[in-house]
Design a protein around this ligand. Structure first.
Ligand code: PRP
Length: 183
């Protein structure tokens, strides 16, 4: 285990197992909804790219991928809900079945904004799957088709999640020791 991590919340094996279940469930559901058209899975850089890469490989159907980059205005650690698009999708999503693959739903403000923006582009359907949903009191109502894990409100890193751009490459999700971010 990384010396800056105090506890592993979800091991590499547990994540792989859950992501596989999520991919299979999406395959089943979207094979019905989307048929030959398939789906477009999108993720918001950077953290969610790791989850998305694993998720799409567990989907046995036609899948396109696209990415967005956004930046949240506000004071760093917490989302403000006001979002600036740094890189928009390359794909025109009109008439497509779109799945947003998120790594973590915390305040929900990022997704709330994205859903509103993407819905104006008239996709055939638009849904969210998230690997993690933090158990916090202040969270926007976001309907998720799939939730990997309901996670405690801790400072977590790994499997795409960072602190100061580090730890994204840990294969598991763990709790960061407080002395690291209180330094
Ligand atoms: C994280 C995560 C979500 C968002 C969730 O991204 O990937 O997009 O925060 O927070 P919210 O529910 O409170 O809006 P972050 O802005 O840390 O960027 P990153 O993916 O580059 O780490």
């Amino acid at each position: 285990m990384h010396p800056d991590v105090s506890e592993i919340l979800y091991s590499e094996e547990e994540i792989a197992q859950r992501v596989s279940e999520m991919g299979k469930a999406l395959t089943e559901e979207y094979s019905e909804i989307a048929g030959d058209q398939g789906v477009l899975v999108i993720s918001v850089l950077r953290g969610a790219a790791i989850f998305m890469a694993d998720l799409v490989r567990q989907m046995d159907m036609r899948v396109e991928m696209d990415f967005m980059a956004i930046s949240s205005y506000g004071n760093g650690a917490k989302s403000s809900g006001v979002v600036r698009v740094l890189k928009d999708l390359t794909t025109d999503i009109k008439g497509k079945h779109v799945i947003i693959a998120e790594d973590i739903l915390d305040s929900g403000l990022t997704l709330k904004y994205l859903l509103k923006m993407l819905n104006t582009r008239q996709p055939a359907s638009l849904a969210v799957v998230t690997l993690l949903r933090k158990k916090t009191r202040m969270q926007a109502e976001i309907e998720c088709k799939q939730i990997g894990f309901e996670c405690p409100d801790e400072f977590i890193v790994g499997y795409g999640l960072d602190y100061a751009e580090q730890y994204r490459n840990l294969p598991y999700i763990g709790i960061l020791k407080p002395e690291i971010y209180y330094k």
